[in-house]
Design a protein around this ligand. Structure first.
Ligand SMILES: *Cc1c(COP(=O)(O)O)cnc(C)c1O
Length: 250
């Protein structure tokens, strides 16, 4: 049998960059004196389904998307192309969510990092309930894991919930039957030192975990700031450009 990794240049390139990113993660964990695994979500937004399939074959378990129609189309096409391989992959929604789109996101998303409002949470809960009904004959569908996106600078136009509203939102999500509160997500503000922002966010994440012991995840770190995020305690990095290269202009 021919090894697909040596026959397709794009697969080869992705394999190399994936390997380099995992080495970066390992080095950052070692430097921070951390031994536990850190989740890697490979951000495939704007890139074609073919790249998602290549990544799944290379053993990637989590991909991240931020545009609703694009993600829904890719997930559905993957399912019809290779249901077995598709079942090994988790689709992560990482982008800002409009509340009227939330229910539809629950059709394809396996984890959502970017809940910022009660309306979005309610929409996801409704959508997950519907999906659970539809799959009930084949399997039980667990509640959808969701993270709350924190707006560190209070500029909620860039996504996220203001910190003074975080705990009320968490309490609400914890009451929803079809969602499970998994943790906190952050994108550092453009201004200032990311390391300082991540340390700030880590304190908020610890406060959330104290109130909701199941909220253990801290989703932080992208291509440019993996090391700072891991040093601050990130449990999940979201890496696009460092693995897939620049996003195609659409
Ligand atoms: C696009 C995106 C990423 C990935 O960014 P890169 O710099 O390409 O690694 C991570 N998180 C979120 C929320 C994003 O929108």
């Amino acid at each position: 049998m021919t090894d697909p990794r040596t026959t397709d240049p794009r697969t080869e390139e992705l394999a190399e960059r994936l390997h380099a990113t995992r080495e970066r993660l390992d080095a950052a964990r070692a430097a921070a004196g951390r031994t536990e695994e850190v989740d890697l979500v490979v951000v495939t937004k704007f890139h074609p389904l073919d790249d998602v399939i290549r990544l799944a074959r290379l053993g990637v378990r989590d991909v991240g998307e931020n545009r609703v129609q694009e993600a829904a189309a890719k997930a559905a096409e993957f399912e019809t192309t290779d249901a077995g391989l598709a079942a090994t992959l988790r689709w992560n929604m990482i982008g800002t969510i409009q509340s009227n789109k939330a229910a539809s996101i629950a059709r394809w998303a396996d984890r959502v990092h970017s809940v910022h409002s009660v309306k979005v949470a309610n929409g996801l809960d409704r959508g997950r309930a519907r999906r659970a009904e539809e799959t009930a004959s084949t399997r039980e569908l667990a509640p959808l894991p969701v993270l709350l996106q924190l707006s560190l600078d209070g500029d909620t136009s860039r996504g996220g919930v203001a910190r003074e509203n975080l705990h009320a939102l968490a309490d609400h999500v914890a009451e929803l039957e079809h969602l499970t509160l998994a943790g906190l997500m952050v994108v550092p503000p453009l201004e200032g030192d990311p390391a300082v922002h991540f340390a700030d966010a880590a304190e908020v994440a610890a406060g959330l975990r104290a109130a909701h012991p199941g909220a253990t995840e801290f989703s932080a770190g992208m291509s440019g700031d993996i090391e700072d995020a891991i040093a601050a305690g990130s449990t999940c990095v979201r890496v696009g450009t460092a693995i897939l290269g620049p996003r195609p202009v659409i």
